[in-house]
Design a protein around this ligand. Structure first.
Ligand code: HEM
Length: 521
């Protein structure tokens, strides 16, 4: 999702007002395209219903900075399969379990590619990463390499010690804050998830902390730029404007910064390759660099930089965002905090810290995480897909090259599938009959990680990180809101950036507990 791709996923929407300004200055440029009229055979197609649109901007005015919300309202009126026109860009919006099944399962291959993103091309060396690679050979090679060397279940389990060490570092950092001071928990969680991802991708070398900080800054900057609506995605006929000298200069500048950093890391790895001592951790980049040049995992230097950058970006934003929402929900629900904390402390006993085996025996905590993923999906519209060929969905024609948004957020709040869908009720995932929805892509009303060929490959990794880190936070500290803040005052507004996180940073007071006192009678 970088940190990035996911961000592009929710149709980038942070500044709808600046978009309108941009559009008005470009109206005359696009008039010629508009007057050319629709393709000749369009009348013969049975297209999905569309809300009325305005000249030139189409349905753009009906979106907001958080598009999953107005898209749900529109789908209530126009149906689970709608065709919107975002500028010149036809966009299919899918909002029901049945329609999503058709697109992501029955016709998965027809919708297995992603729309081209010029911004991603700047950052990822012409989309050499996984997320924005068009469906085909390169995408398949990257995905296989990432799964084989980093994200398969066995490998994820083998990284257990790394996760435990990074969580211990985070706990120490919180413990070292002055007694009863408010800690910037959002900042700490962000630094933790970024540091962990840097370590598994680029290793545990002395420079790691500095690299991690440089990544965090540059990724933050590029995320902000990626959150803006892109002219050429909405008006493909105006793509030439983005090729003018000076266009995209900020994005190119941050891409350059990241490139310098990635080059440093690559060179460092190449230098150390021959003289690594046995005890040193072999990281993901080491694996790919040592691939036989004739093998399927031999990538160019630019491919490797694109892949590493993507993994660090994704890992930095997503896990931290889920932890942040989870802590905020617990602070708003003291009884739930008390119950989950009791479970964590009972299961982990007097150990120095909870382990992943302990977490497997914490049903309340795991149900909590699922409920957070249901109500606060980091990627509410998943990542955009695109139809590779003309096809039909639920009796409607979908032309080739149509962008597709799956409103997974709306489906996860659909009263047809969920009781009291707007309420935070982790216990819905604890009942036995009927069995609760599964998050691994088979129950379409609950798709926080998507499904099908382009489903998130980082799901196992992310769940291990989030569950263990949350267990650690609840085991080691009692938490309270800063003086004068009541639980119901906690601001749960979403930020309009692409990975949807809480708008306001979470500041909390952490009261340390010693492990021996952590066993609740
Ligand atoms: C709670 C955390 C996470 C959530 C909710 C999440 C969610 C998603 C979603 C919704 C997609 C799009 C799926 C689709 O199009 O059907 C996706 C794709 C992706 N995710 Fe994640 N993700 C998370 C963590 C991670 C992590 C930790 C990594 C890597 C370490 C990762 C790597 C990726 C990649 C590379 C893709 C693109 C896959 C492709 O296009 O083939 N994600 N993720």
């Amino acid at each position: 999702m970088p940190g990035f791709p996911h961000e592009l996923g929710a149709f980038s929407a942070s500044s709808v007002s600046s978009l309108f300004f941009l559009l008005s200055t470009l109206l005359f440029l696009s008039a010629a395209c508009y007057l050319r009229g629709p393709p000749k055979n369009k009348e013969d197609l049975r297209l999905p219903p569309s809300p009325p649109k305005l000249p030139l901007i189409g349905n753009l005015h009906q979106l907001s900075a958080l598009p999953h919300r107005p898209l749900r309202e529109l789908s209530r009126k126009y149906g689970p399969l709608m065709l919107l026109h975002l500028g010149q860009s036809p966009t299919l919006v899918v909002s029901s379990v049945e329609a999503a099944g058709e697109v992501l399962k029955t016709q998965d291959i027809a919708f297995a590619t992603r729309p081209f993103s010029a911004a991603a091309a700047v950052l990822f060396y012409g989309c050499r990463n996984m997320t924005f690679a068009p469906y085909g050979k390169h995408w398949r090679r990257v995905r296989t390499a990432v799964v084989v060397h980093l994200l398969n279940l066995k490998k994820v389990q083998s990284l257990r010690r790394t996760r435990e060490e990074e969580i211990a570092l985070m706990i120490r950092k919180i413990s070292s804050s002055p007694s009863l001071a408010t800690v910037d928990l959002s900042g700490i969680l962000h630094a933790f998830s970024n540091g962990l991802m840097c370590r598994v991708v680029t290793g545990n070398c002395p420079e790691r902390e500095v690299w991690s900080e440089r990544f965090r800054e540059a990724i933050d900057e590029s995320t902000a730029l990626l959150s803006r609506p892109r002219l050429e995605e909405l008006f493909p006929s105006l793509a030439w404007v983005t090729r003018l000298p000076g266009a995209d200069s900020r994005l190119k500048k941050v891409a350059k910064k990241l490139d310098v950093l990635l080059d440093e890391i690559m060179t460092d790895h190449e230098r150390r390759a021959g003289r690594r001592d046995q005890a040193e951790e072999v990281d993901f980049l080491d694996h790919l660099l040592s691939a036989d040049t004739a093998s399927d995992y031999a990538f160019s230097r630019e491919d490797l930089k694109a892949i590493c950058l993507e993994l660090i970006g994704v890992g930095s934003d997503t896990s931290y965002v889920v932890l942040d929402w989870a802590m905020a929900e617990l602070m708003r629900n003291p009884a739930m905090m008390e119950r989950t904390q009791r479970e964590v402390r009972e299961v982990a006993g007097g150990r120095p810290a909870p382990t992943e085996d302990d977490v497997a025996r914490m049903p309340h905590l795991r149900a909590m995480v699922k409920e957070v993923l249901r109500l606060h999906m980091p990627a509410p519209l998943l990542l955009p897909r695109e139809s590779m060929e003309a096809t039909r969905v639920l009796g409607y024609d979908v032309p080739a090259g149509t962008r597709v948004f799956i409103n997974a957020w709306a489906m996860a709040r659909d009263p047809q599938w969920w009781e009291a869908p707007e309420e935070f009720r982790p216990e819905r995932f604890l009942r036995e009959e009927p069995p609760p929805a599964d998050l691994r892509g088979s129950d379409f009303q609950f798709l926080p990680f998507g499904t099908g060929r382009r489903m998130c490959p980082g799901m196992n990794f992310a769940l291990c990180v989030v569950e263990l880190a949350l267990a650690g936070l609840l085991y080691h500290f009692d938490w309270s809101l800063p003086a004068g803040t009541a639980p119901e005052d906690l601001d749960m507004a979403e930020s309009p950036r692409i990975v949807v996180h809480r708008k306001m940073p979470l500041g909390l007071v952490a009261i340390p507990r010693s492990p021996s006192s952590a066993v609740v009678a």
